[in-house]
Ligand binder design. Structure first.
Ligand code: XMP
Length: 485
């Protein structure tokens, strides 16, 4: 016999947070640092969705620079996904471990080609045993013929400023300032090349003081995998590329396939890999995934802006209730949870975290930005970007349709995918820079935390008291009885 639960499922709009006594004088006192997984922390509790119209390397770089983390979607070949991860890892990499080198016998033409293809302004000249002989910068070859030999125009080893591989970034900065150089090769006792620090990378690092970084100072990045047999190979390639977190990304995560995938990864990699698994919408789901070895669990079945799971399958749990239920189990299991889907404004982030999530995953709010993949379209004189559910027809067709093309309509008619779609394609207004959106969301979060007297996200959870509201309460919460300009 079917059971009917007594409690009513609550969504973000069904509640408000009650203000509490606060001693916070300035919002700068508030710390938004949180756990993405058991061992990976981020500085703002915002994660970008693993969707092909939201997160590839450009979005992930912006997210990590602002203090969050991006999850590179899995709807591309593994090699391409690995390249996207590598781009994030290279983005603000202060110490380049394998700098590009050239032989002293090469020609200036070859050097120019390498510099042009890789978009770099200098090459380290090494012998066949990787011993440093000199450095060749764009300036060295400005007036040289293509046929000149590198050895004849490089700055040779004795005139170079170099440092040991263990140099601190502070010391490197001092050297850049003193010698007014742009590149600092790191050389070991045998004269072999061990790395390179560039002045630009050091400056970039300072431009993003709140960035989420790994132990080597590189930006954090996560990547999604599925649960089919060959996804273990994808995971292996991503781990080789130094991905920080693997996200097992399936619509229904409380399944034996998802649990088996976690167990397989644990068996192969032990504790050396951080795994997020999901999605679930019940405490039981969190317990089972955490017991299998997940380091964090993603919560949300059907709350997303382009989701139709609840309509098509009749399944789901209103997101605030799902978070409350899952948070209790997560606490017991010692894992953080990520509230995925349905965030429309900063107030929803405050409510999701107050209800027990450690971070939120966002799709739509980031889909309209410059950093999301895909084309901008103009409709009736207004700019939009295309955003689509990963279970929508176009996404399932597996083609690179990031904007709608009429010729494709016929394909859909003949495809049985249309029976299984649990998502839609949509236009979202073009909203400019993702970092501006993130700054606005974090400002709202800080405001909410200050109303609750919470200096940290843990305090926000402790101090949270929700009050249920009626339709009149919701109406009262919005601008009313005025004509908004
Ligand atoms: P928002 O509300 O931020 O939600 O746009 C993003 C989340 O939506 C989920 N997602 C889907 N859910 N059908 C669904 O039922 C889909 O086609 C679909 N595509 C994405 C996903 O969890 C994402 O992070």
């Amino acid at each position: 016999m079917a059971k009917v639960l007594d409690n009513i499922g609550l969504s973000f709009d069904d509640v408000l947070l009650v203000p509490r006594n606060s001693s916070i004088a300035s919002r700068r006192e508030i710390d938004t640092k949180t756990k993405f997984t058991q061992r990976v922390s981020i500085n703002i509790p915002i994660v970008s969705a693993a969707m092909d119209t939201v997160t590839e390397s450009t979005m992930a770089i912006t997210l990590a620079r602002e203090g969050g983390i991006g999850v590179i979607h899995r709807f591309m070949p593994p090699e391409k996904q690995v390249e996207e991860v590598a781009r994030v890892k290279r983005a603000d990499n202060v110490i380049i471990e394998k700098p590009t080198t050239i032989s002293p016998h090469a020609t200036v033409r070859e050097a120019r080609e390498i510099m042009k293809n890789l978009g770099i302004s200098g090459l380290i000249v090494v012998d066949s045993e990787n011993r440093v002989l000199g450095i060749l910068t764009r300036r060295d070859i400005l007036f040289e013929d293509d046929s000149t030999i590198v050895a004849n125009c490089m700055t040779s080893r004795k005139d170079m400023i170099t440092a040991s591989p263990n140099i601190s970034l502070e010391e490197a900065k001092r050297i850049f300032k003193q010698y007014k150089i742009e590149k600092l090769p790191l050389i070991d006792e045998d004269g072999k090349l061990r790395g390179l620090i560039t002045c630009i990378d050091l400056l970039k690092r300072e431009a993003y003081p709140n960035a989420s970084r790994d132990l080597k100072g590189r930006l954090l990045v996560a990547a999604a995998i599925g649960v089919k047999e060959n996804e273990i190979k994808r995971a292996e390639l991503l781990i080789e590329a130094d991905v920080d977190v693997l996200v097992i990304d399936v619509a229904h995560g409380h399944t034996s396939m998802c649990i088996d995938t976690i167990k397989k990864l644990r068996k192969i990699y032990g504790d050396s890999v951080e795994i997020v698994a999901g999605n679930v919408a019940t405490g039981e789901g969190v317990e089972d995934l955490a017991a299998a070895g997940a380091n964090s669990v993603k919560v949300g079945v059907g709350p997303g802006s382009v989701c139709t799971t609840r309509v098509v399958a009749g399944v789901g749990v209103p997101q605030l209730s799902a978070i409350l239920d899952c948070a209790e189990a997560a606490d017991k299991m010692g894992v953080p949870i990520i509230a995925d889907g349905g965030i429309r404004e900063s107030g929803d982030i405050v409510k999701a975290l107050a209800a027990g999530a450690s971070s939120v995953m966002i799709g739509r709010l980031l889909a309209g930005t410059d950093e999301s993949p895909g084309t901008t379209v103009v409709k009736n004189g207004k700019r939009y970007k295309i955003y689509r559910g990963m279970a929508s027809i176009y996404a399932m067709l597996g083609r690179d349709f990031r904007h709608r093309e009429d010729s494709v309509e016929t394909l859909i008619d003949s495809s049985e995918y249309s029976y299984y779609a649990e998502g839609v394609e949509a236009y979202v207004p073009y909203t400019g820079s993702a970092s501006e959106i993130l700054k606005r969301l974090v400002a709202g979060l800080r405001s909410g935390m200050s109303y609750l007297g919470a200096k940290s996200i843990d305090e926000l959870k402790k101090n949270a008291v929700f009050i249920k509201v009626t339709q009149s309460g919701i109406r009262e919460s919005l601008p009313h009885d005025v004509e908004v300009i």
